[in-house]
Design a binder for this molecule. Structure first.
Ligand code: SAH
Ligand code: TMP
Ligand code: ZN
Length: 409
């Protein structure tokens, strides 16, 4: 078991700071009849590059195992996220897509949650999405989609066919892609000199501040900071010119990169950079401290679940999130502690959770027979979910949360 590896951004040495142990593919929901002995596992561990400061996974899962025709995450499943991406699309239309016949490319457009607004506005666009399950849904909404992985060769083909892009956009996708050199060379080639590469991903500063350790799973390869994004951008003729904090998915940052020297870095970016420096995220001791908190949350959660079981209470989980694979597999939470997980995604219902094999059922299984406790795996959608499930609390039910610490509400 190695405790160092080579940085996928700069080739420097990555030093491990936390090991989550043996973990399955977070989105591989199995049929109950599957041969569980064939389930794929890897070692999920995170480290810090001593050279460019990028936090990243120690081991990479081959991309085709994760992103394929069975990919079950449909971005439009959350009302709140639909409006988040609609606002972003409107912002792009008003501020970045104002040239003559503008062109926007999105990596990881998923089911078209963002590009639908762009398509409806009649603006030239292309979604690049390798997972056929979601790409087909985007196409059915009138979004132009290319079913492939974005990488340098893809970018060059798009450039030859469609010309340069005013905006390249990626939400919760860039952090999924280990081969960063290829991506950023592709972006630099495809972008107009006046263009912008805008992406938003979970923010390491927030993960550490809130101990949201379940943001760490197979698909999330990188955990960005402004500092590490600056380092990786500068290796490809790009520059970080803006950064904005977002509350979605438990705390993200939206970064804007532009070709070097083309745009003036904003005051907001400088301010956030200064705040980040104060958090010492480039210090391995800070990250080891995070690891100690993860172990405490794991132990506290297990204690709550075991107590509920001893008292004969019913515990059901809410939201069969990819994130929850990290929690359940780290803590060893299986069907003995959690009866089932309810989820609105048809592709997940009737399956069992990766690694821990908890049945996934439709939301009516929850609402028709409220349990004593609901373990909120989709804690990043807490506001939306608690607002629609007030009857559960009215019936005396309690939510179990484990980020930033374990508590009942
Ligand atoms: N943008 C959406 C989807 C995020 S899920 C949202 O924010 O909700 C990540 C998506 O990235 C998946 O749909 C996956 O298939 C896609 N993806 C993974 N690697 C990719 C690559 N190299 N190029 C383009 N898309 C990729
Ligand atoms: P995410 O945290 O990665 O966005 O995944 C959210 C999961 O939770 C996804 O499988 C859909 C599910 N979900 C529900 O079951 N009910 C809801 O109200 C919401 C918002 C999500
Ligand atoms: Zn590095």
């Amino acid at each position: 078991m190695s405790t160092s590896s080579q940085c996928r951004v700069c080739g420097g040495t990555v030093t491990e700071f936390f090991d989550f142990g043996r973990q399955p593919l977070s989105d591989a929901f199995l049929k109950p009849s599957a041969d569980f002995s064939q389930e794929f596992f890897f070692r999920l561990a995170v480290g810090l590059c001593g050279t460019c400061t990028m936090v990243q996974l120690m081991e990479e899962v081959p991309r085709d195992r994760m992103f394929n025709e069975d990919y079950p995450y449909f971005s439009s499943g959350s009302t709140f996220m639909r409006s988040h991406f609609e606002s972003l699309a409107k912002y792009l239309l008003a501020n970045e897509l104002t040239a003559d016949d503008p062109f926007v490319v999105e990596m990881g457009c998923n089911d078209g949650v963002m590009l639908k607004t762009i398509a409806d506005a009649g603006v030239r666009h292309l979604g690049v999405e390798p997972s056929a399950s979601v790409a087909d849904v985007a196409a059915s909404k009138g979004v132009r989609v290319r079913k492939s992985f974005f990488e340098e060769s893809t970018a060059r083909e798009i450039l030859a066919a469609d010309g340069p892009a005013d905006v390249i956009y990626a939400a919760n996708t860039l952090c999924h892609i280990p081969y960063m050199d290829s991506i950023l060379d592709g972006v630099a080639a495809l972008l107009k000199p006046t263009g912008a590469f805008i992406f938003e991903d979970p923010y390491l500063g927030e993960i550490v501040a809130r101990t949201s350790f379940d943001q760490i799973y197979d698909e999330h390869f990188y955990f960005f900071t402004l500092r590490s994004v600056q380092e990786m951008a500068s290796r490809h003729g790009l520059e970080l010119v803006d950064a904005e904090r977002l509350t979605v998915h438990g705390g993200e940052v939206r970064y804007t990169l532009a070709p070097k020297g083309q745009r003036k870095p904003t005051e907001a970016m400088r301010k956030l950079l200064a705040e980040e420096e104060a958090q010492n995220l480039t210090d391995i001791a800070t990250l080891r401290g995070f690891g100690a908190k993860v172990e405490r949350n794991r132990d506290d959660l297990l204690a709550v679940l075991r107590k509920a079981k001893d008292e004969g209470k019913r515990v059901v989980a809410y939201g069969a999130t990819a994130k929850s694979a990290t929690v359940t597999n780290l803590a060893g939470i299986g069907p003995d502690l959690v009866e089932f997980v309810c989820d609105t995604t048809p592709a997940k219902q009737g399956r069992v959770t990766p690694g821990t094999h908890i049945p996934v059922r439709e939301p009516s299984a929850f609402t028709s027979d409220y349990p004593d406790y609901a373990l909120l795996f989709a804690w990043n959608h807490a506001e939306e979910i608690m607002a629609k499930e007030t009857a559960f609390a009215d019936a005396g039910g309690k939510w179990i949360l484990y980020v930033p610490d374990v508590r009942l509400v």
